[in-house]
Design a protein around this ligand. Structure first.
Ligand code: GTP
Ligand code: MG
Length: 224
């Protein structure tokens, strides 16, 4: 479904799979309900198995379909883990700012994410229920420090009062889109270079799996 440029550029359809993970009752299903349908359930039940919803988002005139997957935080209700993570390009790792135990679990969720998906999956750490000011057990600073140490985006949200919910999802979608457009740009540049250099000179692209930006800086010329 996803095409990376070329002749049919106008009709491109992007589909990004994004997963929600985190302990039970941190508010994953309500974040999705708020983002996809602007709804909130004060007494929602634990998710059983896997559900997903698709949201269409417009970025720079391109239609992006964000397919957001939600599963149970509780081990016994979760479906086959590897299938859940397969093909994911984005993740929201959620804890509840009013329950420290859910913040302490973040490391475990990140390990699971990284053992089942690409290391480059765009990830945001989400401290949900920031409306519960009086019950706060995890400070914003602690969230920020952990996110920085792990190289993650970070936001506190409230599915109840809507704070930052769209912003958290859109941060992930936009970053995936940016990485993808840089890759398309680079592969198009490579094709142009391949056709241009028919004069004994070769342009070398040292692809090493590093970030696309660093790769741009490593373009270099040599005689062959
Ligand atoms: P599992 O499906 O068991 O993994 O849980 P979950 O992470 O999907 O949690 P869910 O969305 O079902 O929310 C759990 C409880 O927290 C529900 O009672 C929600 O109403 C409540 N809740 C979710 N988000 C918020 C929030 O931002 N603020 C407050 N105050 N309550 C919330
Ligand atoms: Mg749920």
């Amino acid at each position: 479904m996803m095409s990376l440029g070329g002749e049919d550029e106008q009709s491109e359809d992007y589909l990004f799979k994004i997963v929600l993970i985190g302990d039970s009752a941190v508010g994953k299903s309500n974040l999705l309900a708020r983002f996809a349908r602007n709804e909130f359930y004060p007494n929602s039940k634990s998710t059983i198995g896997v559900e997903f919803q698709t949201q269409t988002i417009d970025i720079e005139g391109k239609e992006i379909k964000a397919q957001i997957w939600d599963t149970a935080g509780q081990e016994r209700f979760r479906a086959v883990t590897s299938a859940y993570y397969r093909g994911a390009v984005g993740a929201l790792v959620v804890y509840d700012i009013s329950r420290r135990q859910t913040f302490d679990s973040i490391g475990r969720w990140l390990n699971e994410l990284h053992s089942h998906s690409d290391m480059n999956v765009v990830t945001i750490l989400v401290g949900n229920k920031c409306d519960l000011k009086d019950a706060r057990e995890v400070s914003i600073e602690e969230g920020r420090v952990l996110a920085e140490a792990q190289g993650l985006f970070f936001m506190e949200t409230s599915a109840l009062d809507s704070s930052n919910v769209s912003a958290a999802f859109l941060t992930v979608v936009k970053e995936i889109y940016n990485i993808l457009s840089r890759k398309v740009f680079l592969s198009q540049e490579q094709q142009r270079v391949d056709t241009r250099l028919g004069d004994g000179k070769t342009l070398i692209l040292q692809g090493d799996g590093s970030e696309p930006e660093t790769r741009i800086r490593r373009w270099c010329c040599s005689s062959s």
